[in-house]
Design a protein around this ligand. Structure first.
Ligand code: UDP
Length: 421
């Protein structure tokens, strides 16, 4: 089917806490950043003019940066320029919106408003109410699920006020949106069941991966580049350092595995935890995890690498024997696709988007979240069976070919076109 190209159609995206050009792997820079950047780039190729508005979070950044010919990132002031935890974002959103209005000179300039997360969704909703153009939203994560997960697993909940405000905002966004794009069917189900969202507003468009970027480096070469002995058995985690990512489960499983796999090494990538510009929340989570690893006498096995530039990550994936994603809650998990494209077998917790991407026993193995014994067993089954390992790798590699950013944008382009005609 021919793709409907758009020339001179404008979309304003709002990705407030996550600048699409930020270095990934810190509190506020992960999947959403890469998703927004890739989506905008691909839409640009189809002729859309895309402006992404984000919060100005670092003094040395320019106000306007070009991703390419058709896509710009525009930074708007919201509070002091510097790091702001997500809970504090609510207060600065009106200032961001005013900055947006000034930037466009109060003109009705865009054909569509596309918000990301509840913060970007709020700003996009304000624009939609003022300029009467369609509103599209990607939540990337839902407040209700996050709150419920924390309540259930942490047993203490000291963010009550934050969640009340966030849920109100999410409900307002849902009410005013034309289409809500979820990356996985599980989020769509949650929107309908928990938020009472009209199913007709819900679309599912899975995230993507740049298939050319991964799986090109030979394992022994990759090991040499990261100074890892070929004899080691390497488990890899890549992602932000956040409690819900379940890195604690991986450390507990490592403790159970150390007698079974003698040359075990665990690489934990993510977190702005080294160098001059550390992120305070990343450092807090790092200290917590490091002390757990120390208590379990895993200092020689578990290595916290800190954040790694996305372009350097293929080396780490290629060097790994198993990729582990042990989240307690995961709306999608782009890292899963990156591992599949890198020909590394995946062991993932059986939650949210992970359970939709991974077919247990075929394209990876799923384990019960927060259960280190279950995780250990899945890792051992791959460690002990070359056949299983190879079968998982080849089925996953085949499956991931359907997840290019190009495929993803065809569907988003269709959604946009329906809304503007
Ligand atoms: N990432 C990175 N460097 C790091 C840690 C993570 O480039 O040090 C990237 C990772 O490769 C992936 C994204 O950040 O593309 C994380 O996305 P995912 O959907 O897995 O998690 P989220 O951040 O949305 O929770």
């Amino acid at each position: 089917m021919p793709i409907n190209l758009q020339v001179n159609r404008r979309v304003a995206m709002f990705s407030i806490h996550s600048d699409p050009l930020a270095c990934l792997g810190s509190q506020q820079a992960g999947g959403q950043n890469i998703y927004v950047r890739s989506l905008a780039k691909e839409l640009g190729k189809l002729g859309w003019k895309v402006d992404i508005f984000t919060r100005w979070d670092t003094p040395h950044k320019k106000q306007i940066a070009h991703i390419d010919k058709n896509c710009r990132v525009i930074r708007l002031k919201g509070g002091e320029i510097g790091y702001l935890p997500r809970e504090k974002l609510i207060e600065i959103l009106p200032e961001i919106y005013q900055g947006f209005l000034k930037f466009i000179n109060y003109k009705n300039f865009y054909d569509l408003f596309h918000g990301h997360y509840w913060d970007g969704g709020w700003v996009a909703k304000e624009a939609q109410l003022q300029f009467k153009k369609p509103l599209i939203v990607n939540f990337h994560s839902l407040g209700m699920i996050k709150q419920e997960t924390k309540k259930r697993l942490l047993k203490k909940q000291n963010e009550y006020e934050y969640f009340v405000k966030r849920l109100n905002i999410e409900n307002e966004i849902i009410k005013n949106s034309s289409v809500i794009i979820s990356l996985a069917e599980s989020e769509k189900e949650d929107l309908i069941k928990l938020y009472g969202c009209n199913p007709e507003k819900c679309a599912v468009v899975p995230g993507g991966v740049d298939l050319k970027q991964w799986g090109e480096i030979e394992k022994s070469k990759a090991r040499e580049l990261i100074k890892m002995n070929n004899k080691n058995f390497v488990l890899l985690y890549v992602g932000r350092l956040e409690w819900r990512k379940g890195i604690g489960t991986l450390i507990a499983a490592t403790s159970l595995l150390k007698k079974e796999i003698l040359k075990l090494k665990v690489l934990i990538i993510g977190g702005q935890i080294f160098g001059k510009e550390k992120n305070p929340d990343d450092v807090k989570e790092y200290e917590r995890l490091k002390s757990t690893a120390k208590k379990e006498e895993l200092d020689d096995i578990v290595r916290f690498v800190g954040r790694v530039q996305h372009s350097r990550l293929p080396i780490f994936y290629s060097a790994a024997d198993i990729f582990v994603i042990p989240s307690y809650y995961e709306p999608f998990g782009l890292v899963t696709l990156e591992a599949m494209a890198s020909k590394v077998p995946v062991v993932a917790s059986n939650v949210g988007g992970l359970a939709k991407i991974i077919e247990n026993g075929k394209t990876g193995l799923l384990f019960e979240p927060r259960n280190p014994v279950a995780l250990k067993e899945k890792i051992l089954s791959i460690y002990n069976s070359k056949d299983l390992k190879e079968n998982l790798i080849s089925a996953a590699y085949k499956k991931v070919q359907g997840y290019s950013w190009g495929n993803m944008v065809i569907k988003v382009n269709e959604i946009y076109n329906k809304l503007i005609c």
